[in-house]
Design a protein around this ligand. Structure first.
Ligand code: NAI
Length: 703
């Protein structure tokens, strides 16, 4: 089975995982912590062992193997590097985004290396760690690719400065596997024997966890948050119960080299270890090489954004029509010119645009200015704004339309051509400007509030359309002193509400590192908070067929209206999904076979012939035997020859390989909710015979 070389550079679907302090403690126990290091085992003042990071995103390793189509029969975890950006909180939710960065060829018979890199963010917005994981595909070499560049770790020619002995228990893998890696090799004696081992072996990452504890205890005792980087190569397998030693050489301030040695036979189990530690370096957020458009940047908030973006390296298009507060008048070049000259005087790069966002031509011209002057658009802040306040009955169409034209249509006119550029380049950061008036209401501003909240709706869809292209779209709701607010805010408050207070949040939303999309933030003075649409859990008023009476709404209003235990939705489908789920039959157990709405095993085999891909079967002569246990199970086989497929119940005399699974797992795998790689590595799918041929299944049958 060929490796999928096209997988390089394509992002995986983000992986989100919720965890609690119990997961943190379970991991610590799995890597040998106990009463001697209670900091990692007791929820009071709990600390997280840094290597918990890789255990918590274990599924990413599987993803890398799966996407690259590595031959399962020869897959090994080769190397692991972790870069720690921020301390790992003891609970919450982590989202990991990653991709395969390289596939190297070591040559025919020598294997291939698949390198996957991922970044993991906490729900609190902080980037926690980067993982660079190398998977060794023993059976995948010789495809004519380049070999990996040589890397060497040179250990000092002296005895280690520290030696930390540890005695993993003979039962260690049984605890460690509960942290995520439930591969049968570490638990099932039969499976281990079939794979060429005397008995189940230690997880390499479990030994890695022992090493991490040793490194932290020796070099940064009690301060795991000071770990900055841990890298290593897994070199030999280890049986549970065999004592190990972590050898540590301190080579410079904040850096050590390390290895783990099998104390019984002297073999190096983990080699080429690097451990770096120290305080989190303060990292400046920069926009070097980025091109930013800020509309309405001649004054107030836009001016503050433009100056700071330029100070931090961006090339800025300073757009401003230079009109009056209500948008009237012919406009003036002076405000935009002044900001451009301030930026240049401070050593930055900027160009002025005097175009009107309220027209489609104006929007096109603003983006053209960026392309002509700087060749691209990476950042767009839709900020231009006017006010025409009137109580509703006095709100003539002219005042209504001119405000919508600048705020809402203005954002549309500029965003459309900018989005096109961003989509092509696969990167973009867009900020909409709403207002607390739009989010919550304000007397005399029906035009303004309608436009401002419409921008949130605009963001809600654009964030979805942009997701695939790394275009993040967020919204700011500022409160700041400017000519728009000078007669609204009391003078003492006006003096305190400097626009510069809003800049950090807006610029954060424009940063490459910005982890969020579709969020709204209120900012005024030093106060920052997030606003969101929260939807209550609701109530079912009928069985879904009968129309409820108006009175039933009144009777159930408490339940219908409550926001307690409410949640946010990222998109429409999630909300519609909840409506459907409210009426879905509750699963009685996890057996699943033949349940309403789910196919039975027999249904799947009946449909299998239709999903056969004759085009992919040229020259293929193979028989897959399936042995499905449990209710609804049985024996089936598929025989493929001369680009034709026969599916039949029963056993074939000469199968190429036999796939053994329990019925619910088989149904889950065939309906796509259980990845084949995961099923295999967790022991849910056992393959006997020619494992390599089994990998043809994904190609030969379309889901
Ligand atoms: P500002 O009046 O100081 O700045 C707005 C700028 O937009 C002006 O320089 C103006 O010339 C420019 N502009 C107006 N129409 C334009 C058009 N058609 N084309 C190009 N440029 C145009 O006001 P401020 O306060 O800095 O407002 C910036 C944004 O923040 C606006 O969208 C406003 O609605 C929003 N906002 C401001 C709040 C505040 O407390 N200052 C509160 C909530 C929202």
């Amino acid at each position: 089975m060929a490796l999928n070389l096209d997988a390089v550079g394509k992002p995986f679907a983000p992986l989100t995982k919720d965890y609690t302090w119990k997961d943190v403690v379970l991991y610590a126990l799995g890597v040998g912590a106990g009463f001697s290091d209670l900091d990692y085992c007791y929820e009071k003042d709990l600390k997280v062992i840094p290597s918990f990071s890789i255990a918590s995103i274990f599924d990413i390793l599987m993803q890398i193997g799966l996407e690259a189509n590595v031959n399962l029969a020869g897959v090994l975890h080769g190397e692991q590097e972790l870069i720690f950006h921020n301390p790992i909180p003891v609970e919450g939710s982590m989202t990991t985004q990653g991709k395969i960065t390289h596939i190297y060829d070591k040559g025919e018979g020598r294997g291939a290396l698949v390198v996957g890199e991922s970044d993991t963010f906490h729900a609190n917005g902080q980037k926690l760690f980067t993982s660079i994981c190398t998977i060794f595909g023993r059976l995948d070499g010789g495809f004519g690719g380049q070999n990996a560049p040589k890397t060497e770790v040179i250990f000092p020619d002296r005895e280690p400065d520290f030696t930390v002995a540890a005695a993993p228990s003979p039962d260690q893998p049984l605890i460690y596997r509960l942290s995520g890696d439930v591969f049968s090799l570490h638990v099932d004696p039969e499976f281990a024997k079939m794979s060429g081992f005397q008995k189940p072996i230690m997880h390499g990452l479990c030994t890695h966890g022992f090493a991490c504890r040793a490194l932290v205890d020796t070099l940064i005792p009690g301060e795991p948050e000071l770990a900055r980087r841990m890298a290593c190569r897994f070199s030999k397998t280890l049986y549970p119960g065999v004592p190990v030693k972590t050898l540590i050489w301190k080579t410079e301030d904040g850096k050590a080299l390390w290895r783990v040695v099998n104390t019984e036979n002297g073999e190096i189990v983990i080699d080429n270890g690097i451990f770096e530690y120290g305080p989190i370096p303060k990292r400046e957020i920069r926009y070097d090489g980025r091109v930013a458009i800020v509309t309405g940047a001649g004054a107030g908030l836009g001016r503050a954004y433009a100056l700071e973006l330029a100070r931090r390296g961006a090339k800025v298009v300073v757009n401003d029509l230079g009109g009056a507060r209500d948008g009237s008048g012919d406009g003036s070049a002076a405000p935009a010119d002044q900001v451009v000259s301030d930026i240049k005087a401070a050593g930055g790069e900027a160009v002025a645009s005097y175009d009107n966002v309220a027209t489609a031509e104006g929007g096109e011209a603003i983006v053209k200015t960026a392309l002509d002057a700087f060749g691209s658009v990476d950042i767009l802040i839709n900020n231009a704004g006017i006010l025409r306040d009137k109580s509703f009955v006095k709100m003539e169409p002219e005042n209504w339309h001119s405000v919508l034209d600048v705020h809402l249509n203005g954002a549309y006119h500029v965003t459309r051509p900018a989005f096109e550029v961003m989509k092509t380049k696969g990167y973009g950061r867009i900020v909409m400007t709403t207002s607390a008036a739009g989010l919550y209401g304000n007397f005399g501003q029906t035009n303004y509030t309608a436009a401002k909240l419409a921008l949130v709706g605009f963001m809600n869809t654009l964030k979805i359309e942009g997701k695939k292209y790394d275009i993040k779209v967020n919204t700011i709701a500022p409160v700041a002193a400017s000519r728009l607010t000078e007669d609204i805010l009391p003078p003492d408050l006006f003096d305190k509400l400097k626009p510069e207070f809003v800049t950090p949040m807006t610029l954060f939303l424009c940063a490459e590192d910005c982890p969020v999309t579709g969020n709204i933030y209120n900012v005024g003075m030093g106060f920052y908070n997030r606003a969101a649409f929260v939807t209550g859990p609701g109530a079912v008023l009928t069985d879904g067929a009968q129309i409820p009476e108006v009175e039933s709404v009144l009777e159930s209003l408490d339940k219908v209206a409550t926001l307690k235990d409410g949640k946010e939705y990222f998109e429409l489908n999630e909300q519609v999904g909840d409506i459907m789920a409210a009426f879905a039959p509750k699963a009685s157990d996890d057996d699943g076979a033949g349940e309403a709405g789910r196919p039975s095993v027999a249904d799947i085999f009946e449909a299998l012939g239709k999903s056969f891909q004759a085009d992919a079967a040229a020259g293929v002569d193979v028989v897959f035997q399936y042995s499905i246990s449990g209710e609804g199970g049985g024996d089936w086989y598929t025989a493929i020859k001369d680009q034709a497929c026969t599916v039949a119940a029963g056993t074939h005399a000469k199968p190429s390989c036999t796939l053994k699974m329990a019925a619910p797992d088989f149904i889950a795998m065939m309906s796509g909710s259980l990845p084949a790689m995961q099923a295999f590595s967790s022991g849910k799918l056992v393959i006997e015979g020619d494992i390599m041929k089994s990998q043809l299944i994904e190609k030969l049958f379309k889901r």
